[in-house]
Design a protein. Structure first.
Lengths: 318, 277
Protein backbone atom coordinates (compact mmCIF):
# COMPACT_ATOMS: atom_id res chain seq x y z
CA UNK A 1 0.00 0.00 0.00
CA UNK A 2 2.63 2.55 1.02
CA UNK A 3 6.34 2.62 1.76
CA UNK A 4 5.55 2.28 5.47
CA UNK A 5 4.63 -1.33 4.99
CA UNK A 6 8.28 -2.42 5.22
CA UNK A 7 8.88 -0.75 8.54
CA UNK A 8 5.58 -2.07 9.85
CA UNK A 9 6.63 -5.60 8.97
CA UNK A 10 9.99 -4.99 10.69
CA UNK A 11 8.37 -3.88 13.90
CA UNK A 12 5.95 -6.78 13.83
CA UNK A 13 8.80 -9.26 13.37
CA UNK A 14 10.85 -7.71 16.17
CA UNK A 15 7.83 -7.90 18.41
CA UNK A 16 7.18 -11.57 17.63
CA UNK A 17 10.82 -12.40 18.27
CA UNK A 18 10.90 -10.54 21.55
CA UNK A 19 7.73 -12.26 22.75
CA UNK A 20 9.11 -15.64 21.74
CA UNK A 21 12.37 -15.01 23.56
CA UNK A 22 10.54 -13.80 26.64
CA UNK A 23 8.42 -16.93 26.67
CA UNK A 24 11.30 -19.33 26.00
CA UNK A 25 13.67 -17.98 28.58
CA UNK A 26 11.17 -16.70 31.10
CA UNK A 27 12.56 -13.18 30.76
CA UNK A 28 10.70 -10.10 31.84
CA UNK A 29 10.70 -8.00 28.68
CA UNK A 30 7.43 -6.26 29.41
CA UNK A 31 8.69 -2.73 28.95
CA UNK A 32 10.53 -3.61 25.71
CA UNK A 33 7.43 -5.38 24.39
CA UNK A 34 5.26 -2.47 25.43
CA UNK A 35 7.59 -0.09 23.63
CA UNK A 36 7.41 -2.04 20.42
CA UNK A 37 3.64 -2.41 20.70
CA UNK A 38 3.27 1.34 20.95
CA UNK A 39 5.59 1.82 17.98
CA UNK A 40 3.59 -0.71 16.01
CA UNK A 41 0.33 1.05 16.82
CA UNK A 42 1.80 4.42 15.84
CA UNK A 43 3.11 3.01 12.59
CA UNK A 44 -0.30 1.52 11.85
CA UNK A 45 -2.03 4.78 12.61
CA UNK A 46 0.37 6.67 10.35
CA UNK A 47 -0.22 4.16 7.63
CA UNK A 48 -3.99 4.30 7.93
CA UNK A 49 -3.92 8.06 7.69
CA UNK A 50 -2.07 7.93 4.41
CA UNK A 51 -4.41 5.36 2.85
CA UNK A 52 -6.11 6.50 -0.31
CA UNK A 53 -9.78 5.76 -0.83
CA UNK A 54 -8.87 3.07 -3.31
CA UNK A 55 -6.54 1.48 -0.72
CA UNK A 56 -9.60 1.22 1.51
CA UNK A 57 -11.49 -0.44 -1.33
CA UNK A 58 -8.79 -3.13 -1.34
CA UNK A 59 -8.96 -3.46 2.44
CA UNK A 60 -12.77 -3.73 2.31
CA UNK A 61 -12.35 -6.69 -0.06
CA UNK A 62 -9.61 -8.40 1.97
CA UNK A 63 -10.12 -12.17 2.15
CA UNK A 64 -9.15 -12.32 5.83
CA UNK A 65 -11.65 -9.77 7.06
CA UNK A 66 -14.35 -11.19 9.29
CA UNK A 67 -17.41 -12.23 7.24
CA UNK A 68 -21.00 -12.52 8.46
CA UNK A 69 -20.65 -16.05 9.84
CA UNK A 70 -17.46 -15.02 11.68
CA UNK A 71 -19.44 -12.34 13.48
CA UNK A 72 -22.01 -14.97 14.39
CA UNK A 73 -19.20 -17.20 15.69
CA UNK A 74 -17.50 -14.51 17.74
CA UNK A 75 -20.57 -12.74 19.07
CA UNK A 76 -23.50 -15.13 19.27
CA UNK A 77 -24.66 -18.35 20.82
CA UNK A 78 -27.60 -20.68 20.05
CA UNK A 79 -27.22 -19.95 16.35
CA UNK A 80 -29.77 -21.75 14.18
CA UNK A 81 -29.34 -21.04 10.52
CA UNK A 82 -32.60 -20.83 8.58
CA UNK A 83 -32.48 -21.72 4.92
CA UNK A 84 -34.49 -21.01 1.82
CA UNK A 85 -37.04 -18.56 0.45
CA UNK A 86 -39.89 -21.13 0.32
CA UNK A 87 -40.35 -20.22 -3.32
CA UNK A 88 -37.39 -21.37 -5.34
CA UNK A 89 -34.23 -22.40 -3.47
CA UNK A 90 -31.72 -21.54 -0.77
CA UNK A 91 -29.22 -18.87 -1.81
CA UNK A 92 -25.94 -19.42 0.07
CA UNK A 93 -24.83 -15.84 -0.77
CA UNK A 94 -27.15 -14.64 2.00
CA UNK A 95 -27.22 -16.39 5.36
CA UNK A 96 -29.69 -15.83 8.15
CA UNK A 97 -31.08 -17.25 11.32
CA UNK A 98 -31.87 -16.93 15.00
CA UNK A 99 -29.08 -16.26 17.45
CA UNK A 100 -28.55 -15.02 20.97
CA UNK A 101 -26.62 -11.79 21.24
CA UNK A 102 -25.86 -10.51 24.75
CA UNK A 103 -28.85 -12.27 26.26
CA UNK A 104 -31.43 -11.42 23.62
CA UNK A 105 -32.67 -13.32 20.58
CA UNK A 106 -32.05 -11.53 17.31
CA UNK A 107 -32.60 -12.38 13.66
CA UNK A 108 -29.30 -12.19 11.83
CA UNK A 109 -29.16 -11.70 8.06
CA UNK A 110 -26.03 -11.05 6.05
CA UNK A 111 -24.25 -11.59 2.78
CA UNK A 112 -21.63 -14.29 2.99
CA UNK A 113 -18.47 -14.46 0.93
CA UNK A 114 -16.27 -17.53 0.73
CA UNK A 115 -12.67 -17.89 1.90
CA UNK A 116 -11.55 -20.23 -0.88
CA UNK A 117 -12.52 -20.80 -4.48
CA UNK A 118 -14.76 -23.77 -3.67
CA UNK A 119 -16.75 -21.87 -1.08
CA UNK A 120 -16.83 -18.77 -3.25
CA UNK A 121 -18.33 -20.73 -6.11
CA UNK A 122 -21.00 -22.07 -3.78
CA UNK A 123 -21.69 -18.65 -2.32
CA UNK A 124 -21.31 -16.84 -5.65
CA UNK A 125 -18.66 -14.55 -4.10
CA UNK A 126 -21.36 -13.08 -1.87
CA UNK A 127 -23.44 -11.79 -4.80
CA UNK A 128 -27.04 -12.77 -4.08
CA UNK A 129 -29.79 -13.91 -6.43
CA UNK A 130 -33.42 -12.88 -5.91
CA UNK A 131 -33.96 -15.94 -3.73
CA UNK A 132 -31.39 -14.57 -1.28
CA UNK A 133 -33.32 -11.33 -0.91
CA UNK A 134 -36.59 -13.27 -0.62
CA UNK A 135 -35.10 -15.45 2.12
CA UNK A 136 -34.05 -12.24 3.88
CA UNK A 137 -37.59 -10.87 3.52
CA UNK A 138 -39.03 -14.05 5.01
CA UNK A 139 -36.68 -13.78 7.98
CA UNK A 140 -37.44 -10.07 8.50
CA UNK A 141 -41.14 -10.90 8.72
CA UNK A 142 -40.41 -13.79 11.05
CA UNK A 143 -38.48 -11.46 13.36
CA UNK A 144 -41.38 -9.00 13.29
CA UNK A 145 -43.88 -11.73 14.10
CA UNK A 146 -42.00 -12.66 17.25
CA UNK A 147 -40.95 -9.14 18.22
CA UNK A 148 -37.23 -9.77 17.76
CA UNK A 149 -34.74 -7.22 16.48
CA UNK A 150 -33.05 -7.63 13.13
CA UNK A 151 -29.26 -7.40 12.83
CA UNK A 152 -27.87 -7.34 9.30
CA UNK A 153 -24.31 -7.53 7.98
CA UNK A 154 -23.61 -6.10 4.55
CA UNK A 155 -20.76 -7.48 2.49
CA UNK A 156 -21.36 -7.75 -1.23
CA UNK A 157 -20.02 -6.43 -4.52
CA UNK A 158 -23.64 -6.22 -5.52
CA UNK A 159 -26.65 -8.29 -6.48
CA UNK A 160 -25.70 -10.77 -9.19
CA UNK A 161 -26.21 -9.61 -12.78
CA UNK A 162 -27.14 -12.86 -14.54
CA UNK A 163 -29.85 -14.36 -16.71
CA UNK A 164 -31.52 -16.40 -13.95
CA UNK A 165 -31.37 -13.45 -11.57
CA UNK A 166 -33.20 -11.26 -14.08
CA UNK A 167 -35.72 -13.98 -14.94
CA UNK A 168 -36.62 -14.40 -11.30
CA UNK A 169 -36.91 -10.66 -10.65
CA UNK A 170 -33.75 -9.37 -9.01
CA UNK A 171 -35.12 -5.82 -9.08
CA UNK A 172 -38.46 -6.82 -7.58
CA UNK A 173 -36.79 -8.84 -4.82
CA UNK A 174 -34.62 -5.88 -3.77
CA UNK A 175 -37.46 -3.37 -4.09
CA UNK A 176 -39.71 -5.59 -1.96
CA UNK A 177 -37.11 -5.65 0.81
CA UNK A 178 -36.83 -1.86 0.77
CA UNK A 179 -40.55 -1.40 1.39
CA UNK A 180 -40.73 -4.28 3.88
CA UNK A 181 -37.77 -2.97 5.88
CA UNK A 182 -39.17 0.57 5.78
CA UNK A 183 -42.30 -0.66 7.51
CA UNK A 184 -40.88 -3.36 9.79
CA UNK A 185 -42.20 -2.93 13.33
CA UNK A 186 -39.04 -4.14 15.11
CA UNK A 187 -35.60 -2.49 15.42
CA UNK A 188 -33.14 -2.99 12.58
CA UNK A 189 -29.40 -2.41 13.02
CA UNK A 190 -27.21 -2.79 9.95
CA UNK A 191 -23.42 -2.93 9.82
CA UNK A 192 -21.48 -2.53 6.60
CA UNK A 193 -18.59 -4.91 7.29
CA UNK A 194 -16.80 -4.94 3.93
CA UNK A 195 -18.25 -4.03 0.57
CA UNK A 196 -21.54 -2.17 0.43
CA UNK A 197 -22.31 -2.64 -3.26
CA UNK A 198 -25.27 -0.53 -4.36
CA UNK A 199 -28.83 -1.89 -4.48
CA UNK A 200 -27.54 -5.35 -3.61
CA UNK A 201 -26.30 -3.94 -0.31
CA UNK A 202 -29.30 -1.70 0.33
CA UNK A 203 -31.61 -4.71 -0.11
CA UNK A 204 -30.74 -5.72 3.47
CA UNK A 205 -29.68 -2.29 4.76
CA UNK A 206 -32.76 -0.11 5.33
CA UNK A 207 -32.36 0.29 9.06
CA UNK A 208 -32.85 2.42 12.15
CA UNK A 209 -29.09 2.54 12.54
CA UNK A 210 -26.48 1.96 9.88
CA UNK A 211 -22.98 1.38 11.24
CA UNK A 212 -19.89 0.99 9.17
CA UNK A 213 -16.52 -0.53 9.91
CA UNK A 214 -13.60 1.84 9.46
CA UNK A 215 -12.29 0.18 6.30
CA UNK A 216 -15.61 -0.75 4.74
CA UNK A 217 -16.98 0.99 1.65
CA UNK A 218 -20.54 1.80 0.58
CA UNK A 219 -21.36 3.11 -2.86
CA UNK A 220 -23.98 3.44 -5.56
CA UNK A 221 -21.60 1.74 -8.00
CA UNK A 222 -18.20 0.04 -7.73
CA UNK A 223 -15.29 2.38 -8.48
CA UNK A 224 -14.35 0.10 -11.40
CA UNK A 225 -17.87 0.17 -12.82
CA UNK A 226 -18.09 3.93 -12.39
CA UNK A 227 -14.70 4.43 -14.07
CA UNK A 228 -15.74 2.21 -16.98
CA UNK A 229 -18.85 4.31 -17.60
CA UNK A 230 -17.75 7.85 -16.81
CA UNK A 231 -14.04 7.66 -17.67
CA UNK A 232 -14.43 4.85 -20.21
CA UNK A 233 -11.57 2.98 -18.53
CA UNK A 234 -11.50 0.70 -15.52
CA UNK A 235 -7.96 1.93 -14.88
CA UNK A 236 -9.43 5.14 -13.55
CA UNK A 237 -11.01 3.32 -10.59
CA UNK A 238 -8.81 5.27 -8.21
CA UNK A 239 -10.24 8.57 -9.48
CA UNK A 240 -13.74 7.14 -9.35
CA UNK A 241 -13.25 6.02 -5.73
CA UNK A 242 -12.23 9.58 -4.82
CA UNK A 243 -15.14 11.10 -6.71
CA UNK A 244 -17.70 8.72 -5.17
CA UNK A 245 -16.58 9.44 -1.60
CA UNK A 246 -17.30 5.89 -0.51
CA UNK A 247 -15.34 5.41 2.73
CA UNK A 248 -16.80 5.15 6.21
CA UNK A 249 -15.52 8.57 7.21
CA UNK A 250 -16.92 10.13 4.00
CA UNK A 251 -20.33 8.65 4.72
CA UNK A 252 -20.27 9.67 8.37
CA UNK A 253 -19.51 13.23 7.23
CA UNK A 254 -22.46 13.14 4.85
CA UNK A 255 -24.83 11.86 7.54
CA UNK A 256 -25.78 8.73 5.60
CA UNK A 257 -24.42 6.41 8.29
CA UNK A 258 -24.72 6.70 12.04
CA UNK A 259 -21.36 5.47 13.34
CA UNK A 260 -17.89 4.47 12.19
CA UNK A 261 -16.61 1.44 14.08
CA UNK A 262 -12.85 1.52 14.47
CA UNK A 263 -10.82 -1.51 13.50
CA UNK A 264 -7.71 -3.01 15.12
CA UNK A 265 -4.42 -1.35 14.08
CA UNK A 266 -3.74 -2.17 10.44
CA UNK A 267 -7.27 -3.37 9.71
CA UNK A 268 -9.79 -6.01 10.75
CA UNK A 269 -7.99 -8.76 8.82
CA UNK A 270 -5.06 -8.61 11.27
CA UNK A 271 -7.27 -9.36 14.26
CA UNK A 272 -10.73 -10.47 13.15
CA UNK A 273 -11.87 -11.44 16.63
CA UNK A 274 -11.02 -8.08 18.20
CA UNK A 275 -12.67 -6.37 15.24
CA UNK A 276 -15.81 -8.43 15.70
CA UNK A 277 -15.96 -7.65 19.43
CA UNK A 278 -15.89 -3.91 18.78
CA UNK A 279 -18.65 -4.29 16.21
CA UNK A 280 -20.67 -6.40 18.66
CA UNK A 281 -20.40 -3.73 21.36
CA UNK A 282 -21.67 -1.08 18.95
CA UNK A 283 -24.60 -3.20 17.74
CA UNK A 284 -25.65 -4.02 21.31
CA UNK A 285 -25.40 -0.36 22.32
CA UNK A 286 -27.76 0.62 19.48
CA UNK A 287 -30.14 -2.27 20.15
CA UNK A 288 -30.34 -1.17 23.78
CA UNK A 289 -31.44 2.26 22.61
CA UNK A 290 -34.01 0.93 20.15
CA UNK A 291 -35.59 -2.06 21.87
CA UNK A 292 -38.76 -1.37 23.79
CA UNK A 293 -39.61 1.63 21.61
CA UNK A 294 -43.15 1.97 20.30
CA UNK A 295 -43.24 0.32 16.85
CA UNK A 296 -45.16 3.28 15.38
CA UNK A 297 -42.43 5.68 16.47
CA UNK A 298 -39.74 3.35 15.22
CA UNK A 299 -41.25 3.16 11.73
CA UNK A 300 -41.99 6.89 11.58
CA UNK A 301 -38.48 7.87 12.67
CA UNK A 302 -36.93 5.43 10.24
CA UNK A 303 -38.99 6.94 7.44
CA UNK A 304 -38.13 10.50 8.47
CA UNK A 305 -34.46 9.58 8.53
CA UNK A 306 -34.58 8.47 4.90
CA UNK A 307 -36.82 11.38 3.91
CA UNK A 308 -34.05 13.75 5.00
CA UNK A 309 -31.45 12.17 2.72
CA UNK A 310 -30.38 13.99 -0.41
CA UNK A 311 -29.28 17.44 -1.48
CA UNK A 312 -31.21 19.86 -3.66
CA UNK A 313 -31.86 23.53 -4.15
CA UNK A 314 -35.34 24.88 -4.02
CA UNK A 315 -36.30 27.94 -6.04
CA UNK A 316 -39.68 29.57 -5.95
CA UNK A 317 -39.44 30.96 -9.47
CA UNK A 318 -39.80 27.84 -11.62
CA UNK B 1 -10.63 29.90 -47.01
CA UNK B 2 -11.29 29.05 -43.40
CA UNK B 3 -14.43 31.16 -43.28
CA UNK B 4 -15.82 29.28 -46.24
CA UNK B 5 -15.26 25.88 -44.68
CA UNK B 6 -16.89 27.06 -41.51
CA UNK B 7 -19.93 28.29 -43.38
CA UNK B 8 -20.18 25.07 -45.28
CA UNK B 9 -19.99 22.98 -42.11
CA UNK B 10 -22.70 25.06 -40.55
CA UNK B 11 -24.88 24.59 -43.59
CA UNK B 12 -24.41 20.84 -43.54
CA UNK B 13 -25.19 20.51 -39.87
CA UNK B 14 -28.28 22.69 -40.23
CA UNK B 15 -29.45 20.53 -43.04
CA UNK B 16 -28.97 17.42 -40.97
CA UNK B 17 -30.91 18.89 -38.09
CA UNK B 18 -33.80 19.71 -40.37
CA UNK B 19 -33.70 16.22 -41.72
CA UNK B 20 -33.76 14.71 -38.23
CA UNK B 21 -36.64 17.00 -37.38
CA UNK B 22 -38.71 15.76 -40.26
CA UNK B 23 -37.83 12.09 -40.50
CA UNK B 24 -37.13 9.42 -37.93
CA UNK B 25 -36.08 5.84 -38.57
CA UNK B 26 -38.04 3.11 -36.80
CA UNK B 27 -35.91 0.78 -34.64
CA UNK B 28 -38.61 -1.83 -35.01
CA UNK B 29 -39.03 -2.17 -38.77
CA UNK B 30 -36.45 0.20 -40.24
CA UNK B 31 -39.13 2.30 -41.92
CA UNK B 32 -38.35 6.01 -42.34
CA UNK B 33 -41.23 7.84 -40.71
CA UNK B 34 -42.51 11.37 -41.03
CA UNK B 35 -42.02 12.89 -37.56
CA UNK B 36 -45.33 14.75 -37.57
CA UNK B 37 -47.23 11.65 -38.47
CA UNK B 38 -45.37 9.76 -35.74
CA UNK B 39 -46.35 12.42 -33.19
CA UNK B 40 -49.98 12.20 -34.26
CA UNK B 41 -49.79 8.48 -33.63
CA UNK B 42 -48.46 8.97 -30.04
CA UNK B 43 -44.97 8.21 -31.34
CA UNK B 44 -45.91 4.63 -32.12
CA UNK B 45 -44.80 3.32 -35.51
CA UNK B 46 -47.91 2.95 -37.70
CA UNK B 47 -46.16 0.16 -39.62
CA UNK B 48 -45.00 -2.18 -36.83
CA UNK B 49 -46.31 -0.79 -33.53
CA UNK B 50 -42.82 0.00 -32.19
CA UNK B 51 -43.07 2.47 -29.29
CA UNK B 52 -40.64 5.38 -29.66
CA UNK B 53 -39.70 7.28 -26.51
CA UNK B 54 -42.10 10.10 -25.78
CA UNK B 55 -41.31 13.33 -23.88
CA UNK B 56 -42.61 13.56 -20.29
CA UNK B 57 -44.93 16.48 -21.10
CA UNK B 58 -46.65 14.43 -23.79
CA UNK B 59 -47.33 11.64 -21.30
CA UNK B 60 -48.88 14.15 -18.92
CA UNK B 61 -51.19 15.28 -21.73
CA UNK B 62 -51.91 11.70 -22.74
CA UNK B 63 -52.83 10.47 -19.25
CA UNK B 64 -54.55 13.42 -17.60
CA UNK B 65 -57.87 14.95 -18.68
CA UNK B 66 -56.54 18.52 -18.64
CA UNK B 67 -52.83 18.08 -18.00
CA UNK B 68 -51.49 19.05 -14.60
CA UNK B 69 -54.05 21.09 -12.73
CA UNK B 70 -51.21 21.74 -10.32
CA UNK B 71 -47.53 21.00 -10.89
CA UNK B 72 -45.54 20.07 -7.78
CA UNK B 73 -42.06 21.23 -6.81
CA UNK B 74 -40.98 22.53 -10.21
CA UNK B 75 -38.40 24.68 -8.43
CA UNK B 76 -36.31 21.74 -7.15
CA UNK B 77 -32.87 21.70 -8.75
CA UNK B 78 -29.95 19.35 -8.38
CA UNK B 79 -27.20 20.35 -5.99
CA UNK B 80 -23.74 18.87 -6.27
CA UNK B 81 -23.21 17.20 -2.89
CA UNK B 82 -19.98 15.42 -3.84
CA UNK B 83 -18.40 18.12 -6.00
CA UNK B 84 -18.35 15.43 -8.66
CA UNK B 85 -16.13 15.82 -11.72
CA UNK B 86 -15.59 13.15 -14.37
CA UNK B 87 -15.07 14.12 -18.01
CA UNK B 88 -16.99 17.26 -17.05
CA UNK B 89 -18.23 18.72 -13.78
CA UNK B 90 -21.63 17.42 -12.66
CA UNK B 91 -22.83 21.01 -12.35
CA UNK B 92 -22.19 21.53 -16.07
CA UNK B 93 -23.90 18.25 -16.92
CA UNK B 94 -27.02 19.38 -15.07
CA UNK B 95 -26.94 22.82 -16.74
CA UNK B 96 -26.67 21.22 -20.16
CA UNK B 97 -29.56 18.88 -19.40
CA UNK B 98 -31.59 21.83 -18.18
CA UNK B 99 -31.05 23.79 -21.35
CA UNK B 100 -31.78 20.72 -23.49
CA UNK B 101 -34.82 19.33 -21.67
CA UNK B 102 -35.99 22.03 -19.28
CA UNK B 103 -35.31 22.87 -15.67
CA UNK B 104 -37.36 20.27 -13.89
CA UNK B 105 -34.79 17.46 -13.69
CA UNK B 106 -35.66 13.90 -14.72
CA UNK B 107 -39.21 13.85 -13.36
CA UNK B 108 -42.37 15.96 -13.57
CA UNK B 109 -44.85 15.62 -10.72
CA UNK B 110 -48.27 17.06 -10.20
CA UNK B 111 -51.97 16.55 -9.69
CA UNK B 112 -54.69 16.11 -12.27
CA UNK B 113 -57.62 13.92 -13.17
CA UNK B 114 -58.06 10.69 -15.08
CA UNK B 115 -61.63 10.43 -16.40
CA UNK B 116 -62.69 12.77 -13.66
CA UNK B 117 -60.86 10.96 -10.83
CA UNK B 118 -58.19 13.01 -9.01
CA UNK B 119 -54.72 11.43 -9.05
CA UNK B 120 -51.13 12.37 -8.27
CA UNK B 121 -48.74 11.58 -11.10
CA UNK B 122 -45.00 11.46 -11.68
CA UNK B 123 -43.57 11.12 -15.17
CA UNK B 124 -39.85 10.52 -15.67
CA UNK B 125 -37.93 12.00 -18.56
CA UNK B 126 -35.17 9.82 -20.00
CA UNK B 127 -33.65 12.75 -21.86
CA UNK B 128 -32.53 14.37 -18.62
CA UNK B 129 -29.21 12.57 -17.84
CA UNK B 130 -30.68 9.22 -18.84
CA UNK B 131 -33.64 9.64 -16.53
CA UNK B 132 -31.25 8.99 -13.68
CA UNK B 133 -32.52 9.24 -10.12
CA UNK B 134 -30.64 11.68 -7.96
CA UNK B 135 -31.81 13.63 -4.93
CA UNK B 136 -34.26 15.78 -6.91
CA UNK B 137 -36.03 12.82 -8.50
CA UNK B 138 -36.19 11.03 -5.13
CA UNK B 139 -37.47 14.11 -3.33
CA UNK B 140 -40.09 15.02 -5.95
CA UNK B 141 -41.41 11.45 -6.03
CA UNK B 142 -41.47 11.25 -2.25
CA UNK B 143 -43.36 14.54 -1.95
CA UNK B 144 -45.77 13.46 -4.68
CA UNK B 145 -46.54 10.26 -2.76
CA UNK B 146 -46.98 12.21 0.48
CA UNK B 147 -49.49 14.46 -1.29
CA UNK B 148 -51.33 11.36 -2.49
CA UNK B 149 -51.69 10.36 1.14
CA UNK B 150 -52.81 13.86 2.18
CA UNK B 151 -55.38 14.05 -0.61
CA UNK B 152 -56.39 10.39 -0.41
CA UNK B 153 -55.69 10.12 -4.13
CA UNK B 154 -54.08 7.24 -6.03
CA UNK B 155 -50.44 7.63 -7.02
CA UNK B 156 -49.05 6.84 -10.47
CA UNK B 157 -45.43 6.80 -11.56
CA UNK B 158 -44.40 6.42 -15.18
CA UNK B 159 -40.76 5.35 -15.24
CA UNK B 160 -38.05 5.78 -17.85
CA UNK B 161 -34.60 5.60 -16.31
CA UNK B 162 -31.13 4.16 -16.59
CA UNK B 163 -30.98 3.92 -12.79
CA UNK B 164 -29.38 5.85 -9.97
CA UNK B 165 -27.44 9.02 -10.80
CA UNK B 166 -23.80 8.08 -10.18
CA UNK B 167 -22.69 11.69 -9.85
CA UNK B 168 -24.60 12.01 -6.59
CA UNK B 169 -22.95 8.88 -5.19
CA UNK B 170 -24.47 7.42 -2.06
CA UNK B 171 -27.21 10.07 -1.99
CA UNK B 172 -28.68 8.69 -5.18
CA UNK B 173 -28.65 5.16 -3.70
CA UNK B 174 -30.50 6.48 -0.65
CA UNK B 175 -33.33 7.69 -2.91
CA UNK B 176 -34.28 4.03 -3.45
CA UNK B 177 -34.87 3.66 0.28
CA UNK B 178 -36.56 7.03 0.57
CA UNK B 179 -39.11 6.51 -2.21
CA UNK B 180 -39.82 2.98 -0.95
CA UNK B 181 -40.44 4.33 2.55
CA UNK B 182 -42.95 6.77 1.02
CA UNK B 183 -44.67 3.91 -0.81
CA UNK B 184 -44.85 1.99 2.44
CA UNK B 185 -46.83 4.88 3.90
CA UNK B 186 -49.08 5.04 0.84
CA UNK B 187 -49.73 1.31 1.09
CA UNK B 188 -50.49 1.62 4.80
CA UNK B 189 -53.02 4.33 3.90
CA UNK B 190 -54.76 1.82 1.62
CA UNK B 191 -54.26 3.89 -1.52
CA UNK B 192 -53.49 2.39 -4.92
CA UNK B 193 -50.12 2.77 -6.57
CA UNK B 194 -49.83 2.08 -10.28
CA UNK B 195 -46.38 1.71 -11.80
CA UNK B 196 -46.08 2.19 -15.55
CA UNK B 197 -42.77 1.06 -17.02
CA UNK B 198 -41.59 2.46 -20.33
CA UNK B 199 -38.44 2.03 -22.40
CA UNK B 200 -35.99 1.78 -20.73
CA UNK B 201 -36.39 1.18 -17.00
CA UNK B 202 -33.34 -0.33 -15.34
CA UNK B 203 -31.15 -0.22 -12.25
CA UNK B 204 -32.14 1.61 -9.09
CA UNK B 205 -35.52 2.75 -10.39
CA UNK B 206 -36.55 -0.82 -11.22
CA UNK B 207 -35.14 -1.93 -7.85
CA UNK B 208 -37.41 0.50 -6.01
CA UNK B 209 -40.73 2.09 -6.97
CA UNK B 210 -41.03 0.80 -10.54
CA UNK B 211 -41.44 -2.79 -9.33
CA UNK B 212 -43.59 -1.94 -6.32
CA UNK B 213 -46.87 -1.15 -8.04
CA UNK B 214 -50.06 -2.69 -6.73
CA UNK B 215 -50.32 -3.15 -10.45
CA UNK B 216 -47.27 -3.02 -12.73
CA UNK B 217 -48.03 -2.06 -16.33
CA UNK B 218 -45.57 -1.74 -19.17
CA UNK B 219 -45.57 -0.49 -22.71
CA UNK B 220 -44.79 -3.14 -25.35
CA UNK B 221 -41.15 -3.85 -26.15
CA UNK B 222 -39.65 -1.79 -23.32
CA UNK B 223 -36.26 -2.78 -21.91
CA UNK B 224 -36.82 -3.51 -18.22
CA UNK B 225 -34.28 -5.00 -15.86
CA UNK B 226 -32.07 -4.70 -12.83
CA UNK B 227 -28.66 -4.94 -14.48
CA UNK B 228 -28.15 -3.56 -17.96
CA UNK B 229 -27.70 -6.12 -20.76
CA UNK B 230 -24.06 -5.09 -21.33
CA UNK B 231 -23.11 -5.67 -17.70
CA UNK B 232 -24.79 -9.07 -17.73
CA UNK B 233 -23.06 -10.04 -20.95
CA UNK B 234 -19.67 -9.02 -19.56
CA UNK B 235 -20.32 -10.94 -16.33
CA UNK B 236 -21.53 -14.23 -17.75
CA UNK B 237 -19.58 -14.08 -21.05
CA UNK B 238 -22.52 -15.50 -22.98
CA UNK B 239 -24.92 -14.08 -25.51
CA UNK B 240 -28.26 -13.10 -24.08
CA UNK B 241 -31.40 -14.91 -25.24
CA UNK B 242 -33.65 -13.19 -27.79
CA UNK B 243 -36.17 -10.88 -26.22
CA UNK B 244 -34.34 -10.95 -22.86
CA UNK B 245 -35.45 -8.13 -20.50
CA UNK B 246 -38.29 -6.95 -22.73
CA UNK B 247 -41.75 -6.21 -21.35
CA UNK B 248 -42.94 -9.48 -22.88
CA UNK B 249 -40.12 -11.40 -21.14
CA UNK B 250 -41.03 -9.84 -17.78
CA UNK B 251 -44.72 -10.61 -18.26
CA UNK B 252 -43.86 -14.24 -19.01
CA UNK B 253 -41.72 -14.42 -15.86
CA UNK B 254 -44.40 -12.97 -13.63
CA UNK B 255 -42.97 -9.52 -12.98
CA UNK B 256 -45.67 -7.49 -14.76
CA UNK B 257 -49.44 -7.59 -14.53
CA UNK B 258 -50.07 -6.52 -18.07
CA UNK B 259 -48.64 -4.93 -21.20
CA UNK B 260 -50.65 -2.05 -22.59
CA UNK B 261 -50.10 -0.22 -25.87
CA UNK B 262 -49.75 3.52 -25.46
CA UNK B 263 -53.06 4.27 -27.14
CA UNK B 264 -54.89 2.19 -24.51
CA UNK B 265 -52.85 3.31 -21.50
CA UNK B 266 -55.24 5.93 -20.18
CA UNK B 267 -58.35 3.79 -20.59
CA UNK B 268 -56.74 0.81 -18.88
CA UNK B 269 -55.55 2.96 -15.98
CA UNK B 270 -59.00 4.50 -15.57
CA UNK B 271 -60.61 1.04 -15.44
CA UNK B 272 -57.99 -0.20 -12.96
CA UNK B 273 -58.53 2.78 -10.69
CA UNK B 274 -62.25 2.10 -10.86
CA UNK B 275 -61.60 -1.40 -9.53
CA UNK B 276 -59.22 -0.25 -6.82
CA UNK B 277 -60.72 2.98 -5.46
ZN1 LIG C 1 -41.79 0.36 -37.26
Amino acid sequence: MTADKGSLEDIRQQLDELRKRAAERGLDLKSEVGDLERRLEDAHRDEMETLSRYDRVHLARHQERPFTLDFVDYLCSDWIELHGDRKYRDDPAIVGGWATLEGRTVMIVGQQKGRDMKENLRRNFGSPHPEGYRKAERLFRLAEKFGRSVVTFVDTQGAYPGIGAEERGQAEAIARNLIVMAGLRVPIVTTIIGEGGSGGALGIAVADRVLMMENAIYSVISPEGCAAILWRSRDRAEDAADALKLTASDLADSGVIDEVISEPPGGAHLDPEAAARTVGEAIVRHLDQLEGRDPEDLVRERREKYYAMGHWEERADA
Amino acid sequence: MAWFRKEKQKLVSQKREIAADVWEKCDGCGEILFVRRLAENLRVCPECGHHFRMPADDYVSLLLDDGFEEEFDAGLRSADPLGFVDSKPYVRRVEQAESKVGTRDAVLTGAGSIEGRPVCLAVMDFKFIGGSMGSVVGEKITRMIERSVDRQAPALILSASGGARMQEGIFSLMQLAKTSAALQRLSEAGLPFLSILTHPTTGGVTASYAMLGDVNLAEPGALIGFAGPRVIKETIRQDLPDGFQTSEFLLEHGMLDTIVPRSELKGTIATLLGHMC
